[in-house]
Design a protein around this ligand. Structure first.
Ligand code: ATP
Ligand code: MG
Ligand code: FE
Length: 345
């Protein structure tokens, strides 16, 4: 089926079109620049930007796919989790389209959408798979037995998301927002072993309750304290070493837990998704560990890792192919939709 997917859970207005597992269009407009001076995504600003970007994005996606709206078989939309006001814009647009065209509508889970992006890769991953999703708003470790029927949450962050930690540490180092790419650049030439920053929830005592959970707020504070102390002592801040050491701490925890899940469950497959997967060290270290542990690693292209409409369309197409009924138009945006709920009825 040809499915048009709409994504507005955070700062990206995404409209994607797929035919089954073939990507036809992936148009993304981001309001990131408007948030930069606030140092983080401002919900009201994001919602307004979605309103302005939605119609142009829809037109551009249809043009990119080279089809008319009449050739679309179904519409899929992110209905949660995410920023409530932002989600509502996408949900409203999708419902309007569905009503106007009479096409079925699928309200889907944003996080499962990130996993669904993989079906657009040339050869998609087998199930079950472990999936690690890391972005500015999420750090979740999933056990996906079946993309459209069975997703289990193994663990998630108990405080800051990994991307948020990158953004906050960048600020401490005087680097602009968003911090991830800045830290990546600053870390070039730095020594990842220069400073031993703490690894959250990795102690033996944490493993019982938080085996697959993450915590990055202690790490962020430790970096801030380290920089403050050096500053007070009149030392020059070794920015490259701090950035490399901080990045190493984040990557170490993320990958240790993800690969541990692969080992614990006897699942030699790992899928990575989310904006933080743009990180050069995440990719490099994941490839090393995957080779050492005999795990098949999947990292979709970056345009499908960050928030986008194509992954939502792809998940919609999978639901249709599995025979799932469309959602009832009565659904609303659910900012805290649990990852176990793949589709909203
Ligand atoms: P959501 O959490 O709903 O997916 P989001 O907009 O935060 O929304 P993304 O756009 O996927 O998600 O990711 C943005 C985050 O990724 C930011 O926190 C940014 O700092 C981080 N990021 C981007 N590039 C890198 C990088 N090279 N290294 C580390 N983090 C990065
Ligand atoms: Mg974003
Ligand atoms: Fe996302």
């Amino acid at each position: 089926p040809v499915v048009l997917g709409i994504e507005t859970s955070c700062d990206e207005t995404g409209v994607g079109i797929v035919r089954g597992s073939t990507l036809l269009a992936n148009v993304i407009a981001s309001s990131m620049d408007e948030h930069a001076r606030y140092g983080g995504v401002v919900p009201e600003v994001a919602a307004r930007a979605h309103l302005e970007a939605m119609n142009p994005a829809l037109t551009a996606a249809l043009a990119e796919a080279g089809i008319g709206l009449d050739e679309v078989d179904a519409i899929a939309v992110t209905s949660g989790p995410g920023l409530a006001g932002a989600l509502m814009v996408g949900v409203g647009a999708a419902k309007a389209l569905a009503v106007a065209t009479g096409k079925p509508l699928y309200a889907v889970n944003h996080l499962v959408g990130h996993v669904g992006a993989d079906v657009l890769a040339a050869e998609s991953l087998e199930y079950p798979t472990i999936a690690l999703l890391v972005s500015g708003g999420h750090t979740s470790l999933l056990l996906v037995r079946d993309l459209v029927d069975d997703v289990e949450l193994l663990g998630e962050t108990i405080d800051d998301a990994a991307g948020e930690a990158f953004d906050k540490v960048a600020r401490v180092l005087g680097l602009p927002y968003p911090g991830g790419p800045q830290i990546d650049r600053a870390a070039i030439g730095g020594d990842p072993a220069a400073i031993r920053f703490p690894r959250g929830l990795m102690q033996a005592k944490d493993l019982e309750k938080h085996r697959y959970d993450f915590s990055f707020s202690g790490l962020k504070t430790a970096v801030a304290r380290w920089v403050e102390r050096a500053d007070d002592a009149g030392e020059e801040i070794p920015v490259a070493d701090v950035a490399a050491s901080f990045r190493e701490a984040v990557v170490d925890v993320l990958l240790t837990k993800a690969f541990r899940a692969c080992a614990d469950y006897g699942i030699p497959r790992l899928l990575l998704g989310g904006g933080v997967v743009a990180n050069a060290r995440v990719r490099e270290a994941a490839a090393e560990r995957a080779a050492a542990q005999g795990v098949t690693l999947r990292i979709p292209p970056l345009s499908l890792c960050t928030d986008n409409g194509a992954m939502i369309a792809a998940l919609g197409a999978q639901l249709i192919q599995a025979g799932h009924a469309p959602s009832d138009l009565g659904f609303g945006a659910d900012s805290t939709l649990p990852v176990t709920q793949i589709q909203m009825r």
